[in-house]
Write a protein that binds this ligand. Structure first.
Ligand SMILES: *Cc1c(COP(=O)(O)O)cnc(C)c1O
Length: 271
């Protein structure tokens, strides 16, 4: 077996990452994650500059987000539109801080996202695309978007089935404010590294297949995949954006089923 295929998940760390409470903590955690990104790139001969680390600050209070900014973060990921909007509103003094919404969006929240977000990683319906485009037009803004794909086959996961992606992409040029950058996925939440890897492989192969025939303006350069427990495997399989929360900010107080409704069956029990 190659070294690459032996890279484990670190889902056993889930819920155990120590809370970062100082700017030094955040700096140290960012450096540790960056070092792991570099090592993963080296295993597969990739240039680390082709992988962007997106720190995910969901559930963390504004004071912690300000630490991250002081530590050099200029874009933060949030999965709930209202929470993100509230944080954006109260942190307007940090004029160089940008926001990436990475979680499922309901049509009636598109208005919020269109106001402040720079990126949206979870596009999975025409209705949401239309709602975003409408609001972005009104505000004279554009939005970088990633199409979310369900690569694990779990009914509880959001995202389009891989089969539905080609036709979906064909509809997107109509929404001129949306700049399609690539695909996004959440892998199976499992300590079975091979099955996790298969999710990432599926996303990359889908992207490679669709790239040539992508409609005008739809650019499929990016693969947003990998989080604290599996970002090294994602990088080995081609991730260009890794969304990392706990390994930077510390564990969240509630299990992920709380943030990702409908997913408790995929969670492993915490000890
Ligand atoms: C929370 C979240 C992440 C980051 O998860 P961590 O375990 O904190 O690294 C990544 N992607 C999405 C969509 C999320 O909601």
């Amino acid at each position: 077996m190659s070294m690459v295929s032996e890279t484990p998940t670190s889902h056993d760390q889930h819920g155990r990452y120590p809370e970062a409470t100082t700017v030094e903590d955040v700096r140290r955690n960012l450096a540790a994650v960056q070092a792991r990104i570099v090592a993963a790139c080296q295993r597969v001969g990739r240039d680390p500059a082709t992988v962007r680390l997106l720190p995910v600050s969901k559930t963390k209070p504004e004071t912690r987000l300000r630490l991250a900014h002081a530590a050099g973060c200029r874009m933060l990921g949030e999965n709930k539109p209202q929470e993100a909007y509230r944080k954006w509103t109260s942190m307007q003094d940090l004029t160089d801080l940008r926001w990436s919404v990475i979680g499922h969006l309901q049509t009636n929240k598109a208005k919020l996202v269109a106001r402040f977000a720079t990126e949206f990683h979870a596009l999975d319906s025409v209705r949401v695309a239309a709602a975003l485009d409408h609001r972005l037009q009104l505000g004279g803004r554009t939005l970088d978007v990633f199409v979310q794909v369900n690569t694990s086959g779990e009914a509880s996961k959001y995202g389009l089935s891989p089969d539905a992606v080609p036709a979906f992409l064909q509809l997107l040029p109509a929404f001129t404010t949306l700049r399609v950058r690539g695909l996004m996925t959440l892998a199976l939440f499992s300590s079975d590294a091979e099955r996790v890897r298969q999710c990432f492989v599926r996303l990359r192969e889908l992207r490679d297949r669709l790239r040539q025939d992508a409609p005008p303006g739809v650019v499929l350069d990016e693969l947003s995949m990998g989080m604290s427990g599996d970002f090294e495997i994602a990088i080995e399989e081609g991730a260009t954006v890794v969304r990392v929360g706990q390994a930077i900010f510390g564990a969240r107080p509630m299990p992920d089923s709380y943030y990702w409704p409908g997913e408790p069956s995929t969670q492993e029990p915490k000890t």
